[in-house]
Design a protein around this ligand. Structure first.
Ligand code: HAM
Length: 422
């Protein structure tokens, strides 16, 4: 006999099984509620976009664009990419639908799947999920403080180990050239010790050398690289200190991390990340910052913006020990073919008229197997309908916690369940 090889999920992707999805739904509900509380409205964009959006938006020399995009040419010759992040698609939609015309400040949020061809490990997948927000229209520090406080306060709603907010400013693009010239000259004597990619980046897009994961390159940067935040123009510095002082007044603790430049080219001014020691080596729960030039760069007007995105898988890792259950209320045990019709009618009535969550037996098993199933599903009640009950116009209602069982006429079932909530 030939054996048929079984198809498995693709490396870096994961199935979420019912035990996982209850936790995801719990968190997703919180996200929708929390962001609604802050006046953000949901936006959904397509799974794939023109590759050019990401190349122009995120930058050719970033890890995401140069190494990690799932990119292909379709049969019509279109160069397409599965979205690796959501800021560029949301900016595209913001421009395309002229959202800026409708309101001076647009507050948007999302919850979606993204794709990056990274080396999979705990907290790093090739298909992963983010929730995030993007606020368009305000260049002011109170907008930064709002966005950062939303991220921080969201995590505070849960108990997460060693929550740490790191913040920095990389200033406006005007300071980039003088800073990068200084950076290049500071590293000119050690280029032999830097890896090939760092050397390439130093030449092409020097800020991106901070994204190198090679420990010896990181050590050189620690020892020799000047910090961009020491090059801020006075206005940018004032803006940054205003953001910090607003965070102080909100009671949000932070660390000024002068090395935090973030790995995507669109950032200007404020950058931030929130980490937790619960995560291991991939410790960033979320990251974000200002991107005051991106709307213009992608063909829109001059619209300042700021946002963040948060990894759902990482949040779920940090919440590993939460115990969430979402069990049905009732298991409807059916015994004998004659009761099937009445059983279906009863289940429909209990769901539609009374709002109980009901699972009905459809495998035609014996009493013992059905009661075992009711136990496994951790329902509040098992309702037993056999031929004797059908003839008597009643069901047996068993309270699974107490074991108490009573015979209840059909017309009394809903009021009985409501009066005896278990
Ligand atoms: P990012 O830092 O690339 O930023 O991603 C944000 C968060 O997504 C990370 O902190 C992490 O929690 C999660 N994440 C990223 N890659 C993976 C992966 N391969 N597997 C699992 N989780 C991952 C952005 O995406 C920006 N668009 C954020 C932003 C919004 N900036 C401004 N607005």
């Amino acid at each position: 006999m030939t054996s048929i090889s079984r198809i498995q999920n693709i490396k870096g992707t994961h199935d979420l099984l019912p035990g996982d999805t209850v936790k995801w739904q719990f968190v997703e509900k919180k996200i929708h509620k929390f962001l609604h509380l802050h006046g953000y409205a949901e936006i959904r964009t397509p799974a794939f976009e023109a590759s050019d959006l990401f190349i122009r938006g995120i930058g050719d020399d970033t890890d995401v664009v140069s190494k990690e995009m799932f990119r292909w040419t379709d049969l019509g010759g279109n160069d397409l990419t599965l979205k690796p992040e959501l800021t560029a698609p949301v900016v595209r939609a913001f421009i395309q639908h002229q959202l800026g015309r409708k309101s001076a400040v647009n507050r948007l949020y999302y919850l979606d799947s993204l794709f990056r061809r990274e080396r999979p490990q705990k907290g790093r997948q090739r298909q992963f999920n983010q929730f995030g927000i993007e606020a368009f229209g305000s260049p002011h520090p109170e907008m930064d403080a709002e966005v950062i406080s939303i991220a921080y306060n969201f995590y505070k709603e849960f108990v997460i180990k060693d929550l740490c907010l790191n913040i920095n400013s990389i200033g406006s693009p005007d300071i980039r050239k003088p800073y990068l010239d200084t950076l290049k000259s500071a590293l000119s004597s050690v280029t032999d010790e830097l890896c090939k990619t760092c050397n390439y980046r130093l030449d092409k897009n020097a800020l991106r050398i901070f994204d190198c994961k090679n420990p010896s390159c990181q050590k050189i940067l620690d020892d020799q690289a000047p910090f961009i935040s020491d090059f801020l123009a006075e206005d940018d510095q004032n803006q940054f200190y205003s953001v910090l002082s607003l965070l102080d007044s909100l009671g949000i603790p932070y660390t000024h991390d002068k090395k935090l430049v973030r790995g995507l080219d669109y950032y200007t001014h404020t950058t931030f990340e929130i980490t937790s020691s619960a995560l291991g080596s991939q410790d960033a729960l979320c990251g974000g910052g200002r991107y005051n030039k991106l709307v213009e760069q992608l063909g829109g007007g001059s619209v300042p913006a700021i946002g963040f995105a948060a990894g759902m898988e990482r949040l779920l890792i940090a919440l590993e020990n939460i115990d969430i259950e979402n069990n049905p209320d009732i298991y409807l045990v059916l015994l004998g073919e004659r009761v099937l019709q009445q059983g279906s009618k009863l289940a429909q009535l209990l769901r539609m008229d009374a709002g109980f969550s009901v699972v009905i037996e459809t495998a035609r098993r014996g009493m013992k197997a059905q009661m075992k199933e009711a136990n496994r599903k951790k329902v509040k009640w098992a309702l037993l309908l056999g031929e004797n009950e059908l003839d008597a116009g009643s069901v047996q209602i068993k309270d699974m916690a107490s074991g108490k069982q009573e015979n209840v006429p059909f017309e009394m079932i809903i009021s009985y369940l409501k009066d005896n909530p278990g």
